[in-house]
Design a protein around this ligand. Structure first.
Ligand SMILES: Nc1ncnc2c1ncn2[C@@H]1O[C@H](COP(=O)(O)OP(=O)(O)O)[C@@H](O)[C@H]1O
Ligand SMILES: [Mg+2]
Length: 282
């Protein structure tokens, strides 16, 4: 099949899937944080959608409000305006609907690595021998074999991040929200993890919302990328990533990939510059 035929086939199957209600619809989300005398607007009318089985990324400058949006989607923070719908149901302000990997690994220090990874399944009441074997299989796959019974403080930052990633992966909720999951990993491990995530995702087609600073990573993994402006974050651009799946490493050399990477880097640089020019936090 030629690359254009593959792109068309991919687009057709996405259209068929989109007749179902989206896994996630964030509509008109705005949020300000109030201090004693001032108010800091962080999100301004953010609207984004993740269809069932889609991999969607958000890129944007540091401090623009990306993690805050995840807190709102996860029901940890209430928006000032807007709604969060999942599978057609309004879940604004409700917790427990997403599988979430926070920017800080947030493992429980008193639980072993294995018990941390199994946490969400335990909350739902289904940890049996098979679930334990599955957890061990994945721990081994991400290079944590032999650390099942270790406690988090004995692991490096990168290892903790991999454990937190597995906890999200093995959670039963359909939508996975991953907040810069690979940022503490060295380049080689990062590229391995991207490869695994791509393989796992292509097999399971979970719905994923993914925050990253890394444009190449976003282009390699995503169906669609939302580019956020600096604070208060607005949706600056929405980029459809047309490359067929399964994606191969070679696509990073494809002229269309290089062109998209250049465009996205340009927008990001502009936004970062604007944020620097606007000076320290007001
Ligand atoms: N609970 C909070 N109270 C006050 N300010 C907050 C709170 N949470 C986040 N902020 C501020 O909101 C802004 C956006 O933060 P964040 O969402 O973490 O950005 P990003 O993830 O894009 O780097 C930052 O200036 C941060 O200090
Ligand atoms: Mg963040």
């Amino acid at each position: 099949m030629s690359i254009t035929e593959e792109i068309r086939t991919d687009a057709r199957s996405a259209a068929a899937e989109s007749e179902l209600p989206p896994a996630l619809e964030a509509s008109g989300i705005s949020k300000s944080f109030r201090a004693k005398r001032s108010s800091l607007q962080v999100l301004d009318n953010i609207t984004l959608t993740v269809q069932k089985g889609e991999f969607v990324s958000i890129v944007g400058p540091s401090g623009s409000g990306k993690s805050t949006l995840f807190h709102i989607i996860g029901g940890l923070v209430k928006p000032d305006a807007g709604t969060i719908r999942m599978n057609g149901t309004d879940v604004t302000g409700q917790q427990g609907h997403i599988s979430y990997m926070p920017q800080q690994p947030a493992l429980f220090p008193w639980r072993t690595v294995e018990d941390n990874v199994l946490l969400s399944q335990e909350v739902q009441g289904n940890v049996d021998q098979k679930a334990r074997e599955n957890a061990c299989y994945w721990l081994d796959k991400v290079g944590l074999g032999g650390f099942e019974k270790a406690h988090p403080h004995t692991l490096s930052g990168g290892m903790q991040q991999r454990a937190a990633f597995l906890r999200a992966l093995l959670s039963p909720q359909e939508l996975m929200c991953l907040d810069e999951p690979f940022s503490a990993l060295d380049a080689l491990t990062r590229s391995d993890m991207q490869r695994w995530l791509l393989d796992i995702w292509e097999e399971s087609r979970r719905s994923v919302l993914f925050i990253t600073h890394n444009i190449e990573e976003a282009l390699l993994l995503s169906n669609r990328i939302y580019v956020f402006s600096g604070r208060p974050a607005t949706v600056l651009q929405v980029v459809d990533v047309p490359f067929p799946r399964p994606r191969r490493e070679e696509i990073i050399e494809h002229p269309d990939f290089i062109k998209l990477r250049r465009e996205l880097s340009g927008w990001m640089r502009e936004e970062q510059q604007k944020m620097q020019d606007s000076g320290p936090l007001k």
